[in-house]
Write a protein that binds this ligand. Sequence first.
Ligand code: HEC
Ligand code: HEC
Ligand code: HEC
Length: 448
Amino acid sequence: MGFRAMTLLAALAAMSLGHAASAADGDKPSSPRPGASDDVPAVDVPGERESASASGASDGLSKARLEYGAYLTLAGDCAACHTRPDGQPFEGGRALETPFGTIYTPNITPSKRRGIGDFSDEDFLRALHRGIGPDGKPYYPAFPYTSYTKVSADDVLAIKDYLFSLQPSDYRPPETELRWPFDVRDLLFGWQALYFAAGRLEPDPDKGEAWNRGAYLVEGLGHCGECHTPRNLAGASEPSEVLDGAVIDGWFAPNLTSDLNQGIGEWSVEALATYLRTGLDKPGDADGAPRTAAIGPMAEVVHDSLSKLALSDLRAIAVYLKDMPAAEAPAPRPSAAAEAPQAGGTLYQRYCSGCHQRYGQGIAPYFPALRGNPAVTLEQPDDVVEAILLGAPADPAEAYSEHVVMPSFGSILNDEEIAAVASFIRASWGNAAAPVAPDIVRELHKEP
Ligand code: HEC
Ligand code: HEC
Ligand code: HEC
């Protein structure tokens, strides 16, 4: 497989991380979920099942084992991705949007027809530890097996035991249809070879028990880095940038390293644990209002997962995070207009660099360079904005490459973000054109 294909996959990986696009719209599955109560760590465990599964996995399993598996399933937030709005937990069908098409999560109930009822223990381990399905094909990294690979085999199998103790659902999620070449699963072998290191997390003997427990939860089941680490830069995380903060679905997932300005350095372990449990920072000084509230994708993580974990585990996570070496975030929160150039750069790395490359150099003959491209630096920015809004080319007959078109970002980025990213490409890598005001984008966006 060629370098280009791998670059494409890097782009795919980057764009498939945003699983929490609808977190803020209150689109919660309405059916009861395990652990719906606020008591920690309360989980509903079904009683005896009438029939044993193929592998007999839950045959004679103790209630304690199933409770343990249910708890780990919460820590892994499996239901969040594997439940569609108003669907039964774990029956799949949640749409994960990427500019290359929509990935639908599979049904992971023990249904033999539609779910994972035929998975052996080995199949399940291979899926979570190696990202490979029973048919030998790799999974898209939208399934965070890059994190779950760090979870112990016994814990992974406890999750399986729990899932196999639930009612099977025969719901069939819609087919995932990605644009060429992202639909070619075999190319993912190349991506895995480059960017994926399978292996369990080994405890650090120099650190305490809480630290190690925190590391296990953050790096493994919690898959915090899927959102908080800017993996898009190379399609996988750059070690120096781990947990430095990243843009996800237009939200900035803040720096979680102990940087005093941008990170969580000034939070106490207790405040951090409180935030993870409630989504609220401790009450502020003056008016008692919290300084920070999780309202975006993090709100869903708190609601579905963290708020249901034991306080000791949340403290462990806090202890681990507080101990991470300080690092600079790549960019501040992309909200205020004054921050636009930097925010534009972060958006560029996330949404554009997979194709146009990190320094705007493009890849001939597939993706045009944006650096030194006169079309990008025209005094009138309308064409650049149109290209981002509508995708390019408008007429497929005029395509730069016969295979690849640029997706439309009009429904993925808001007007401010499009203005920010347009301003960024017009003023980077030697390009020197004036910034684009959000008003211009707003006007063009209105036109049919
Ligand atoms: C960020 C979203 C996300 C989370 C969280 C997530 N998954 Fe998935 N999972 C996916 C996607 C997407 C796929 C399908 C990947 C593909 O089609 O290549 C998948 C596939 C799977 C499969 C393979 C199913 C099959 O039919 O081949 C299993 C098993 C699975 N997930 C189990 C889990 C478990 C267990 C957890 C929690 C520990 C979990 N997932 C958490 C997104 C997620
Ligand atoms: C689905 C993506 C996603 C995942 C997974 C995720 N986070 Fe977040 N996190 C965010 C986003 C986005 C924000 C900020 C905006 C918001 O409120 O949603 C945030 C905010 C935070 C904050 C507040 C930081 C501040 O300075 O305000 C903390 C602490 C945090 N996350 C910890 C974690 C931990 C620990 C995990 C893993 C157990 C985790 N997050 C997993 C997306 C995510
Ligand atoms: C899937 C790959 C892909 C992604 C992602 C992508 N582009 Fe493109 N882009 C292309 C291709 C291919 C073309 C050339 C289309 C054509 O005219 O044939 C293009 C053209 C352009 C052009 C017009 C250049 C010219 O010479 O007219 C601009 C400007 C542009 N892209 C900016 C962006 C920005 C900004 C982003 C991120 C928000 C982005 N692109 C994301 C593939 C991509």
